[in-house]
Design a protein around this ligand. Structure first.
Ligand SMILES: NC(=O)c1ccc[n+]([C@@H]2O[C@H](COP(=O)([O-])OP(=O)(O)OC[C@H]3O[C@@H](n4cnc5c(N)ncnc54)[C@H](OP(=O)(O)O)[C@@H]3O)[C@@H](O)[C@H]2O)c1
Length: 338
């Protein structure tokens, strides 16, 4: 086993879009586990939009990373040293508190032992992890879909969105994708979305009107911004709006998110707009995984991943997600799987 632990630490908080200089690469000795802890070697690290919020100082639902600290993030890998009787060397573990580093010291709380029978190890960061479970619980619990509902999903080809569309189909809904560019739209249609809208084409409202002649019953919003405004104009009586993400705002922290006011629509349509946070559902992980992995086994779910090789490329991978260059769940392959 190597004795070096490569890490990415926050150098300085960015203004606007981060750059490669936002973080610095460091090498430290591989740590030893404390009582009850394990040390695990990363095979895959996750790259997610929420990471932009973690390097801003503004108030959020989680503590921001301070300059000098290891960048926060999830990972999956192999236990190499254990002082926890429930986990032994060679076990596969996943944690959202991994950090951008080769070797993570993990507390029992927040560390999940991954069952390799459920799917490829990397799925623990995607379809069978935080993004897949977000899609599952946010859509089913907050979106409360009914057969025949028209469901619109923004960021529809991404880590969360591609799962929402497929579950909507499984629930007997009509699913409409909103994404950027022809390739992503084609993938959404392949997944079973009934229609796909390119919000970058400059005709969002016209495309939405054509795709949703009977209005929108569930809007699964990953973006906020102008896409939200356009969809809100089409909501039906008792529509449900799931606020899952606001990626359009992530690179403008501290600036007001100015758009249309939807109070009248909400009142007239007696609609419900509710925020969702994955961490509120962590205790239901087993229930979600059972259903998602069964659909995967039955061939009823597909999942596209976008893989970048090498821990050196973590900043680049996050910039891909924030600029829309990623196509599917963004992952970084750090070391070979056992
Ligand atoms: N609430 C929760 O617990 C929770 C959990 C997981 C994720 N989320 C949120 O869900 C959303 C999707 O996350 P994900 O992991 O599935 O990411 P993702 O969709 O795989 O990747 C991000 C995508 O966002 C789109 N995008 C970027 N800037 C945009 C903009 N200004 N306007 C519209 N679209 C833009 C890009 O796709 P296009 O090329 O299509 O523009 C990009 O590929 C994010 O907002 C994330 O924060 C929330």
């Amino acid at each position: 086993m190597t004795t070096i632990n490569r890490q990415w630490r926050l150098r300085a908080r960015p203004v606007g879009m981060p750059t490669a200089e936002t973080w610095e690469f460091a090498e430290t000795p591989v740590p030893a586990p404390g009582d009850g802890q394990v040390v695990a070697r990363a095979c895959w690290l996750s790259v997610d939009p929420y990471m932009r919020g973690r390097i801003s100082a503004g108030p959020s639902y989680a503590r921001p990373v301070e300059p000098g600290e290891v960048m926060q993030g999830g990972g999956v890998g192999v236990v190499v040293a254990s002082r926890n009787p429930a986990l032994k060397r060679g076990d596969i573990v996943e944690s959202m508190a991994w950090g951008w580093q080769d070797y993570a010291t993990l507390d029992p709380r927040g560390t999940r032992k991954v069952d390799p029978a459920l799917g490829p190890m990397r799925h623990a960061l995607g379809l069978l992890g935080m993004p897949g479970l977000t899609a599952y619980f946010a859509f089913l619990d907050v979106g409360a879909p009914r057969v025949g509902d028209v469901v619109v999903v923004s960021s529809a080809s991404g880590a969360v969105g591609q799962v929402v569309g497929q579950i909507a189909n499984l629930m007997g809904c009509r699913a409409i994708a909103i994404a950027g560019g022809a390739e992503k739209l084609a993938w959404c249609r392949e997944l079973g979305y009934d229609a796909a809208i390119d919000y970058k084409a400059g005709t969002l409202r016209e495309q939405l009107a054509a795709a949703t002649p009977a209005g929108v019953d569930v809007y699964f919003d990953n973006t906020a911004g102008p896409i939200f405004d356009a969809v809100m104009e089409r909501i039906n009586l008792r529509a449900r709006i799931v606020q899952c993400g606001t990626i359009d705002t992530y690179n403008r922290p501290g600036q007001p998110d100015v758009g249309l006011r939807h109070h009248r629509h909400m009142l007239v349509k007696r609609a419900r707009w509710q925020g969702f946070l994955f961490t509120d559902y962590v205790h239901r992980t087993d229930e979600g995984l059972e259903r998602l992995s069964a659909w995967l086994r039955e061939g009823r779910l597909r999942y596209r991943e976008d893989i970048v090789d090498g821990i050196e490329r973590m900043p680049e991978a996050l910039l891909r997600v924030l600029s829309g260059a990623n196509f599917g769940k963004q992952l970084v392959r750090v070391s070979p799987e056992p």
